[in-house]
Design a protein around this ligand. Structure first.
Ligand code: NDP
Ligand code: 8X3
Length: 250
């Protein structure tokens, strides 16, 4: 197989598991994130699999374009793009919101996804083939108290996924969206700015999803026959019914 998948945010959580799972399915991996030492670790972990690492901040549109343009020709035939890089920053009422947190969420989750897509889509257009998987969230379908800007950023991902699907259909490029509920990753540690105890409490009293659960779903989506597009999937822990209803008594 000579299929290439670019995954953003492979240095942790869902992106890391997705890179490993797609490699297992035979994809060559373009692995991106900011933490270069973790990119190198992933490369070691995938020894035997062709891996190309690109370190950039998705907020920096010039860095994104330069990184994608710097790929050797053999790596430019990207078939699958997983727009995964993203995070929540803070959980507070809008009247007490931190402007830096708001900028981070909008710049990373929304504009970053757009910058990476803008750089990769022309490479897919060349071959009239491709599959973009955007990682949205249940927070892109519902709003919860204090989730204001994070929820808005994921609602934007939801709108962009639908819009991209419409626009790219004539290019032969599939667009899918995966909307996870609670997944135990570094997500809450980032949201709560390194407060490990508070982060751990988010996942206590029930069995949260694991990054691997999402990775397997993504791998399934991108290995369907050419005529099939799993356009949108919400994946929740069995203990979760909505963004705010979680059975923590298990
Ligand atoms: P993690 O914090 O474990 O991973 C986030 C990844 O995003 C890291 O690899 C990080 O890499 C990368 N990233 C963050 N900011 C930037 C940036 N500015 N530039 C480049 N890369 C960046 O979280 P998850 O794996 O949980 O999150 C992955 C995606 O899943 C996100 O979009 C998140 O919103 C979404 N999601 C998560 C859920 C959950 O409950 N965990 C539920 C629903 C959706 P680095 O720091 O090295 O740059
Ligand atoms: C991550 C899930 O519920 O914390 O997108 O927003 S949630």
């Amino acid at each position: 197989m000579n299929r290439i998948a670019l995954v953003t945010g492979v240095t942790s959580g869902i992106g890391h598991a997705t890179a490993l799972e797609l490699a297992k399915q035979g994809f060559k991996i373009i692995a991106t994130g900011r933490r270069t030492e973790r990119l190198e670790e992933l490369k070691q972990q995938l020894s035997g699999v062709p891996v190309y690492t690109l370190a950039f901040d998705v907020r920096d549109k010039n860095a994104v374009a330069d990184a994608i343009n710097s790929l050797p020709d053999a790596w430019k035939q990207i078939e699958v793009l997983v727009n995964n890089a993203g995070n929540a920053h803070g959980l507070s009422p809008v009247q007490g919101g931190d402007l830096a947190d708001w900028d981070a969420m909008i710049d990373i989750n929304v504009k970053g996804l757009l910058y990476v897509s803008h750089a990769v889509i022309p490479l897919m257009q060349k071959y009239k083939k491709g599959h973009i998987v955007n990682i949205g969230s249940i927070a892109g379908k519902e709003v919860y108290p204090n989730g204001n800007v994070y929820c808005a950023s994921k609602h934007a991902v939801d709108a962009l996924s639908k819009g991209m699907r419409m626009d790219l259909i004539q290019e032969g490029i599939k667009v899918s969206e995966v909307n996870p509920g609670l997944v135990e990753t570094e997500f809450s540690e980032v949201r709560f700015k390194g407060d490990k105890e508070r982060a751990a409490s988010v996942y206590q009293g029930y069995k949260a999803l694991e990054a691997q659960d999402i990775a397997e779903l993504i791998a399934f989506m991108v290995t369907r026959p050419a005529h099939v597009n799993l356009a949108e999937v919400m994946i929740l822990p069995a203990a979760q019914a909505s963004a705010t209803v979680v059975n923590k008594s298990q």
